[in-house]
Design a protein around this ligand. Structure first.
Ligand code: ADP
Ligand code: MG
Length: 907
């Protein structure tokens, strides 16, 4: 195990009950602690289970083995709570069976049943996999139920071999074990929720730093908590006062009559670390830090206190949080008004957006379950809130505003699960970030931050909106109305023809279809009305007629949603003739969702309460209403699809690819572009269809190669491509010559290269000409934070100009393979709808699935650009591929660990 890649890293993570522990490789400094763990920390019985006997020397031997000088082949990890070593897990490579390590575990008795062993194992599994270990083995005693339970719960398959009194356990560490990932997820979810309880449902609260000065942040929050009617004890910490705003003041956190669950900090930045440490030492379980402007040292101090004392943290630079549950009623924020109790969970990164969002929700009458202003997100993030809302039994709508992602892949995985039960809406902030201009490959040029984020939202089933207004408009519909059938066919009904046409346009632009309606429905309408969709009822329609017509419409099989657009008419000025009444006196709860547009409405969206007590969202604008319906349709589609199956990519030769990549990176530690032939070898190892190519370093070999390849080429022709290291797009420089039919043509093309590129020219690649087809671009680029992004688009030399692309984050699902193709503007060229024969779509899917697998297996593959892949009815062939490699640490986005804010990273 000479290549331990990466070494065991330090991390903090949560135990089952929400306690934070630190996981750290064991070293010589830990000798004493390891000895104590095995001696004082464990009963004789526990030691007998661990060491199969009661040798007095066993603890010392264990400490010597684990804490000696670093040994190749040994990975040893300790878990600490505060200063105490509460458990250890280690594995040591065996001499005999290859890629197999002997596993050992010990947990202090009083820390049993809190998930220490499982957490240690998860981290050890990660490190072991990275070090090339593929099996754990361990001998256990028959009666060691605790250990057998740990293995049973872990989620990895366990093979057991029984001998006298002992059980030999063997655990294969398969990388792609979905059952294991789900088990880890489930443990992460419940630990996270447990740890957040003190923050989101505290039994008692202290405000630290509230001054007597009215209008100060601390004072304001204190008053708000008071006025909100917080159910539990509330204390103030201020050494200079006896009482502030009606709450008794105490000199310090440790002087409080009892330990508060939650402390809200509004102290100057310089005091934050010490106050946090004091809170932690006193036993506080959660902090909301309102203070902004922390320097790096203060940030580190704050984080250290939180992790060491197991406190979850909101902020710093937070506007606060609110919990509307009547049993809690905590309004610890200084934003807008205390939200009405309700079912929308709201988390925002920017306080300003939070205020705007809360006020719009309040205005609409959408109540809030909990609100958190995440601020600088040192710890608690959108991911935590999603898990909380998923489990809190109150929230049925999640509204997020996120500017950045700490671990987008983990977020996507959580969101994908949560969106299955409740709608998750987000404002897609930061769209305008400039793309990567002048990128060295078409794939990289396509992978703008916007494209990447959109891929994340789409794949996770998140409803992404372009602003607060659109978010609220979509939420209004999703909350009050049923989802349409996934087809999302809309019947547009209007009492003014022109408005109906505008609404129809808006629907079409939002991708909603307008089905034909049966002509019999016309009988229900006044003379002169048109029942073609959009339906023009004419201004003569009265309330009774409209109500009847809407009832008839909702029963139509062709209709999945109804959009009613009404204009006040002179007729409508008498209440009896007002068509709006028809809407309000009819039911709001129908078989299909209904949205309305009232053109004389002053606000963008509001609810109107109907006769049955249900609510219809009413928009002032057809575009907004259509967009909301499209979001509902997208959610319906997302839910209708079975959980996406991972894309199949059979027969990928991982070990060949591994050695190619390692070979290149050993020779080029700084990374770079692979030469054409190695590129072909790497891609072919993963079954990607590359055209035959022969390398020629001079004119003579080029001619010979061309003669050999000509018979394979379309019409007996070849292509010749000049190569020199570091080249970018070849044809723009005249480095590609296609359709060369004769020896003379090849010779003169090569001479031309020599003249043009001079001594730079390293040689040329000779390929048979591929038969013409549709040229696509397929590629992958690794984002440091988001992971690999797979891109499919219109290809060839004009790829960047056409900018017709679809992108998804790896690993792709079978569904991604389908939707990536269908969402291209040039999809009709592929499916045969333009009259040309349909191309081999299975071949396109296979290219995407294999690229996804390759990039997922090798974070070192930072860029792969296959352009073009030429598609024909009988297959796909790539005639130009480029690959860039770079050394990257292996990173498991799903490993359970708490975040490490950049601001608080140690120097
Ligand atoms: P670059 O993308 O660096 O400019 P390519 O190798 O992709 O160079 O060649 C440019 C274009 O030439 C391709 O998009 C394709 O249309 C055509 N071409 C290149 N090689 C072949 C080939 N072997 N068969 C058919 N067409 C080819
Ligand atoms: Mg190309």
């Amino acid at each position: 195990m000479s290549t331990v890649r990466p070494p065991l890293a330090t991390a903090e993570a949560l135990l089952a009950d929400g306690t934070t522990v630190e996981l750290r490789p064991l070293g010589p400094d830990d000798h004493r602690a390891v000895l104590d763990l095995h001696a004082a920390g464990m009963s004789e019985e526990s030691r007998r289970m661990r060491f199969f006997g009661v040798s007095r020397n066993a603890p010392r031997q264990a400490a010597d083995r684990l804490c000696g000088p670093p040994r190749a082949g040994l990975l040893a990890l300790g878990a600490r709570a505060g200063e105490e070593l509460v458990g250890e897990a280690d594995c040591e490579l065996l001499d005999g069976p290859p890629e197999t390590a002997e596993l050992a575990l010990a947990v202090a008795d009083r820390w049993h049943h809190r998930g220490v062993a499982t957490l240690l194992l998860e981290h050890l599994v990660h490190a072991a996999r990275a070090a090339g270990i593929r099996f754990f083995e361990a001998d256990t005693l028959h009666g060691n139920h605790a250990v057998h339970q740990v293995f049973a719960d872990l989620g990895l398959p366990v093979e057991r071999r029984y001998t006298q009194g002992e059980v030999r356990i063997r655990v294969p560490l398969d990388e792609r074990d979905e059952r294991y990932r789900s088990a880890v997820d489930e443990r992460g979810r419940s630990a996270d929720v447990a740890s957040l309880a003190a923050l989101l449902r505290p039994a008692s609260v202290a405000v630290v730093g509230a001054s007597r000065r009215e209008g100060s942040v601390g004072r304001t929050v204190l008053t708000r908590i008071h006025q909100g009617g917080f159910a539990g004890p509330l204390w103030v910490v201020n050494p200079h006062a006896d009482e502030i705003a009606g709450a008794p003041a105490h000199s310090s956190v440790s002087a409080l009559p009892a330990v508060p669950d939650l402390a809200v900090l509004a102290v100057p930045a310089g005091a934050v670390p010490a106050v946090a440490e004091e809170c932690g030492a006193a036993g506080v379980r959660a902090l909301v830090v309102l203070t902004s402007g922390l320097g790096p040292q203060e940030a580190r101090g704050l984080m250290r206190a939180c992790r060491r004392h197991s406190m979850r943290l909101v902020g710093p630079n937070s506007l606060g949080m609110a919990q509307t549950d009547p049993a809690v009623r905590l309004d610890a924020e200084f934003g807008g008004a205390f939200p009405r109790p309700g079912t929308a969970g709201v988390a925002v990164q920017s306080g300003g957006v939070g205020i705007a969002l809360l006020s719009r929700l309040a205005w609409l009458g959408i109540g809030v379950s909990s609100f958190v202003s995440l601020g600088d997100k040192y710890d608690v993030s959108g991911n935590d809130l999603l898990q909380w809302w998923e489990a809190d039994g109150r929230t049925d709508l999640a509204l997020l505003h996120l500017e950045s992602f700490g671990n987008p892949r983990a977020f996507a995985r959580t969101a994908r699960r949560v969106t299955g039960s409740i709608p998750v809406l987000t404002v897609d902030a930061g769209r305008s970030t400039a793309g990567r201009r002048g990128a060295a490959s078409h794939t990289a040029a396509a992978a703008t931050p916007t494209v990447t984020r959109e891929a994340l939202f789409r794949q996770a089933g998140i409803t992404a909106t372009r602003g607060i207004e659109e978010l609220v408009e979509a939420a209004a519909l999703l909350r009050a109305q049923p989802l349409p059938a996934p087809r999302g066919a809309v019947a547009v009904v209007s009492n003014a023809g022109g408005i109906g046409i505008l609404a129809a346009d808006a629907c079409a632009e939002a991708g909603l279809e307008l089905p034909e309606l049966p002509t019999e429905l016309g009988k229900l309408l006044p003379p002169g009305a048109s029942v073609r969709n959009p339906v023009d009822t004419t201004a003569a329609i009265g309330p009774t007629e409209l109500a009847l017509f809407l009832r008839a419409l909702e029963r139509e099989e062709a209709v999945d949603a109804i959009l009613v657009c009404l204009v006040p008419t002179a007729l409508g000025t008498t209440p009896a003739q007002d068509p709006v009444r028809a809407l309000l006196e009819g039911p709001a709860r129908r078989r299909v969702p209904i949205a309305a547009v009232l053109l004389d409405q002053q606000v963008p969206v509001r609810y109107r309460t109907c006769a049955d007590g249900g609510m219809v969202p009413v928009y002032s604008d057809t575009v907004a209403a259509a967009r909301a319906l499209a979001h509902a349709r997208d959610r319906a589609r997302w839910l209708a699809e079975a959980p996406p199956a991972p894309a199949e990519a059979p027969d990928c030769d991982r070990s060949t690819a591994r050695s190619l990549i390692d070979g290149y990176l050993t020779a080029h530690p700084d990374g770079g572009w692979l030469d054409p032939l190695s590129t072909a070898d790497l891609l072919e190892a993963y079954g990607l269809p590359l055209t035959t190519a022969v390398w020629a370093r001079d004119e003579h070999t080029a001619v010979a190669a061309a003669n050999g390849l000509r018979t394979l080429g379309h019409e007996g022709k070849v292509a010749l491509k000049a190569y020199w290291p570091g080249q970018v797009h070849k044809s723009a420089l005249g480095a590609v010559r296609t359709g060369l039919g004769t020896e003379a043509e090849v010779r003169s093309a090569y001479r031309d290269f020599t003249e043009r590129f001079g001594p730079e020219l390293a040689g040329a690649v000779v390929q048979p000409m591929a038969a013409p087809g549709v040229e696509l671009l397929a590629g992958v680029v690794q984002d440091r934070v988001f992971g690999p992004l797979v891109v499919l688009g219109a290809g060839g030399t004009a790829a960047d100009v056409l900018a017709d692309r679809a992108a998804r984050l790896a690993p792709l699902s079978e569904r991604d393979l389908t939707t990536m193709v269908t969402e291209l503007r040039s999809a009709p060229l592929l499916t045969g709808s333009t009259g040309a024969p349909a191309v081999d779509l299975a071949a396109v899917r296979s290219v995407l699935a294999r690229l996804s697998r390759l990039a997922d297996d090798f974070p070192e593959l930072v860029e792969a650009d296959l352009n073009p892949v030429i598609l024909r009815p009988d297959g796909a062939l790539c005639v130009d591929a480029r690959v860039r490699l770079e050394r990257r640490p292996s990173f498991d986005p799903y490993l359970r660990r708490l975040r490490r804010p950049v601001a608080a990273e140690a120097e």
